[in-house]
Design a protein around this ligand. Sequence first.
Ligand SMILES: C[S@@+](CC[C@H](N)C(=O)[O-])C[C@H]1O[C@@H](n2cnc3c(N)ncnc32)[C@H](O)[C@@H]1O
Length: 222
Amino acid sequence: MTDTAFAWDTYARQKPERRLVNAAGETTWFNWTQYPDHGPGTELLGIKPGAAVLDLGCGKGGNLAHVAALCARAVGVDVSLAQLEAAEARWSDAGLVLHRTDAVRFLEQTGEHFDAIYSVYGAIWFTDPEQLLPVIRKRLKPGGVLAFSQRPAVDGCYGCQASYLNRSEDEDPLVVKRWDYEPERWEEILREHGFESPAASVLPAPPGPRKIGTLMVRARAV
Ligand SMILES: C[S@@+](CC[C@H](N)C(=O)[O-])C[C@H]1O[C@@H](n2cnc3c(N)ncnc32)[C@H](O)[C@@H]1O
């Protein structure tokens, strides 16, 4: 097992399951942000029934199950066996197509083309965009949507950063790499990689004590 897979397996065991229903009483829903019942939904993906949709770093599969409920082909990739086992257990009837592998490797090896590729605090945040964006572009159909969300960059901390995944009191945290940029820089990076109409902005946190918003990024393949 790689250090990355071990780190994310450890994270998976600490992360609680998604609720059974959301505030609207729905059993599947899409959540781009770190706050429940907040932010946009699948309209950002612009998908129709029958669309092929890929989640990079799908985790326990909550968002992907909602994509499947919209009658799309819902494909998820994740390096963590623990995350995928939780997805299979919770969403066994949803028809998810799950692959345990690294996002770049999957995109290099698959023959499939997608109408939309997305990542919610997922593999896009934790992979060098210089490696990932070229292979995403190859696997998106013309006009296909790339969309992702993650925590906004801390002022002055750009490029590759260390992310600490906490363990018990007695153990050192595990470290994974993530890539942070300001919204304007994300738009430039996407243009540099041949995407069109890039749009990146920070969605504010919902009213309350928490102030950190969500970086939302969207672009189209030419
Ligand atoms: C913070 S979790 C988010 C999971 C899920 N998208 C969600 O919203 O709950 C990050 C996920 O990305 C996965 N991941 C990280 N790097 C990856 C990579 N290079 N390839 C595939 N999956 C990766 C992790 O295993 C983990 O499940």
